[in-house]
Design a binder for this molecule. Sequence first.
Ligand SMILES: Cc1ncc(COP(=O)(O)O)c(C=O)c1O
Length: 399
Amino acid sequence: MSPLRSLMPALSSKSYFNYGGQGPLPTPSLEAIRASWDIIQELGPFTNSVWPYISNEITSTRQTLAKLCGVSPQRLALTENVTSGCVLPLLGLPFQPGDRLLISDCEHPGVMSACKQLAHRHQLHIDILTVHNLREGTISQEHTKFDLLNELEQQLRSNTRLVVLSHILWNTGQLMPITAVAARLKEHPSQPYLLVDAAQSFGQIPLEDSAAVADIYAFTGHKWACGPEGLGGVAISERVLSESKPALIGWRSLQHEESHNLRQPNLFHKDSRRFEIATSCVPLLAGLRCSIELLEKESPIKKRIETIRNLSSNLWETLENKDGIRCILKDTPPAGLVSFTTKSKFSPKELVKKLGKEKIWVRDLENPLSLRACVHITTKKEEIPILCEAISLATSFEK
Ligand SMILES: Cc1ncc(COP(=O)(O)O)c(C=O)c1O
């Protein structure tokens, strides 16, 4: 058994396939959080003794996350989740009435609705980048890139100012060619900003190349990196740092918090800290760093995605060989998310409940109406036939 798996109590008595929803927290990460909390209480939570400790925690976490994103620490803001990592810098971008936002049709509801509200408030237009139909798997990545760039060409207008696209689509599991999209946008006369939702890629695939070329590359620690919920980050381009003005502001955004008063203009940090807001949970920082170290020790990132792909290919093939089950992707998946439909008389929601009674955990999706099972390096090979058999059994009761 994977040594890391044995450190995750959440995996001990169930078959868990919801890594794309939330990764299990290893016990050493929980202990690191607890130890950090103890240190803060022992030093005194609001004392001169504690500030150097907190400052160190923040600096070392910022450095760790920046390194994983292939950017300087000045370009990395700490956030509490993916959504705020996308939305805080987004709200600060300099849009003019009439500008156009091009948003993929597979974005998460939070980011999508923030874009809609932004468009409503600033008289912007929204165009849709259709990506739900990109269903080729690993073997045809070039094909996917070709089709996506083609679609981008069709949808870009002279005044498109922002493109929003996830790195890995949370519903179909497809991997998007972010570097190729960024290169294309650079050539466009209006130089649209590129916002990438990296909820499903951070901790799962190498991301330096994509994170470094996106304008806003937002992620969370609580999914594939198996960190605690409540802590994430966003890599921000030099261009966004110089052209944007924070819209949601707090004391952490300011260069001189202590001496700030109403007669002064707001002086924000010149670096990514301008998008940080206020008090957040410091002990979580130690927890996320610990999870990242444990994952790296178990399997460095390049090897990690290979292991994940082997497992997801195995799951994809086993599901495809069952009567009444069809995977959403036409070929083995590029990452660990495997979505599929069944001919079961039960809806996906009902199937989730039924499987849960057998301690098998997957999730349902509304669009496309399907089930999603995720595999990570901590997935046991033997869990795959258990899942497929259980789904097959439920599916054999056809309408
Ligand atoms: C692609 C994507 N974006 C955003 C989110 C929301 O994440 P968070 O709650 O960390 O903002 C999720 C969560 O499942 C997701 O899959």
